[in-house]
Design a protein around this ligand. Structure first.
Ligand SMILES: NC(=O)c1ccc[n+]([C@@H]2O[C@H](COP(=O)([O-])OP(=O)(O)OC[C@H]3O[C@@H](n4cnc5c(N)ncnc54)[C@H](OP(=O)(O)O)[C@@H]3O)[C@@H](O)[C@H]2O)c1
Length: 382
């Protein structure tokens, strides 16, 4: 672990160039509370490849699918812009978000429209999928046509961070990595990434065209990435962008056994959020609530502050359709845990068993994912 530790130290030193989290945090105690969140404050920056992004980004998926009824378009546009005004410059979308409820690209269109006037100062990450059929065609042309379509919807002529959304085993990762290298050289993308991958794939890809980021499932309830992915990425200057960092809202403490998941809400199928598991996982919430009380913060903020403290290459992208919660989550950057607070939180966390999981089946797309699509979208559209 010595090498990883020294890399970690280098990374921290590098990040310190952008801002001192501790100093700014102590100057802005009100930011720790969602309702008192201060607009226009300078959020700490982190590195994703060569990009400087806000320490916490914004997952925009919920405006188009996955978490039940979506808000009106105008509200979504305002929410994205208010996040920007708050200091968030890092936005996560995908060509597929909206496909089932609206149409493919719905979410990219929202993000593009909201950020059009501040495009130069925004970092936009989007993702593409490749079907088996597409893998048989010339790969550069195929990926470029996905990218062109995304750029059109995003109202831009470059994408900051372009992820392959899911590995397709029928298509050589090496070939995709080469295409991404070419797109970077052409100035069409500024960096690339993979999503929901282990170290084997990360290493293969990174050796061909260095990765800027890996976007994986990670939260206090899903800590698999700590074993290999974080150490590898720290060692190789790759950012880890946790998706579902709040365990689909559970870590906010606001999901209870009586919460109803409406429409296409994916949480109907998340095993961690079955009534039994919500009950069984209460010790985790009690722990986070105690820290939240001490730090004048919210449980969601403690969950995010914990991962920011733990890994300097970590840039979570919490998702919410609610303006106040978006600012609450972004405000977590100013909740500075001291080393001793962090250590004792870690120690307590290690003792807690987590009941149920969030993501494995979703990733395989053959049980959780298909169940969600087949049973939910038909009903939600009616
Ligand atoms: N790469 C991938 O395969 C992949 C997969 C899934 C997601 N993503 C990306 O990751 C982003 C985040 O993931 P996610 O949305 O699944 O998970 P998440 O951020 O862990 O949780 C989102 C859920 O938590 C609730 N929530 C968020 N903040 C809250 C707060 N402060 N208090 C109470 N409830 C809160 C939201 O409800 P409200 O809307 O009601 O606030 C929403 O239902 C997505 O937007 C998407 O961009 C990527």
């Amino acid at each position: 672990m010595k090498n990883v530790d020294s890399k970690r130290r280098e990374f921290i030193a590098d990040s310190a160039r952008f801002a001192s989290l501790a100093m700014i945090a102590s100057a802005l105690p009100l930011m720790a509370s969602g309702t008192n969140a201060t607009k226009g404050a300078t959020m700490q920056k982190r590195k994703v490849g060569n990009l400087e992004v806000s320490a916490i980004g914004m997952g925009c998926m919920g405006f188009s699918h996955g978490y039940g009824k979506t808000p009106p378009k105008q509200y979504a546009l305002e929410a994205i812009r208010e996040a920007f005004d708050f200091g968030c410059n890092f936005y996560d979308t995908a060509e597929g978000y909206g496909k089932e409820m609206f149409y493919a690209g719905h979410n990219e269109e929202l993000v593009g429209e909201a950020l059009q006037s501040v495009r130069k100062n925004a970092i936009i990450a989007t993702k593409f999928h490749l079907s088996d059929e597409e893998g048989k065609k010339p790969l550069y042309d195929t990926i470029k046509s996905h990218l062109n379509a995304s750029m059109k919807r995003l109202k831009t002529d470059y994408v900051d961070l372009y992820y392959w959304h899911r590995i397709n085993e029928t298509i050589a990762l090496e070939s995709v990595a080469q295409v991404m290298g070419r797109l970077i050289k052409e100035g069409l993308i500024r960096g690339w990434g993979l999503s929901q991958v282990g170290v084997k794939y990360i290493d293969t890809a990174h050796k061909i065209t260095p990765l800027s980021a890996v976007q994986n499932l990670y939260s206090m309830m899903e800590r698999e990435c700590e074993k290999e992915v974080f150490p590898y990425c720290l060692q190789n200057n790759i950012a880890v962008v946790p998706f579902s960092p709040l365990a689909s809202g559970f870590l906010s403490g606001k999901v209870t056994t009586s919460t109803k998941f409406e429409g296409d809400d994916v949480r109907k199928f998340v095993p961690q959020l079955s009534k039994d598991n919500i009950n069984a996982n209460q010790p985790l919430l009690e722990l986070i609530r105690a820290y939240a009380k001490d730090k004048n913060a919210t449980p969601a903020q403690i969950s995010l502050a914990w991962m920011l403290h733990k890994y300097p290459n970590c840039v979570p992208i919490p998702g919410s359709k609610n303006k106040e919660r978006i600012l609450e989550n972004l405000g977590a950057w100013s909740v500075a845990l001291s080393n001793s607070e962090f250590k004792s939180l870690e120690k307590e966390l290690d003792k807690i068993s987590i009941h149920g999981h969030r993501g494995i089946e979703e990733t395989q797309q053959n049980s959780f994912g298909n169940k969600w699509k087949n049973q939910n979208f038909k009903k939600a559209k009616e």
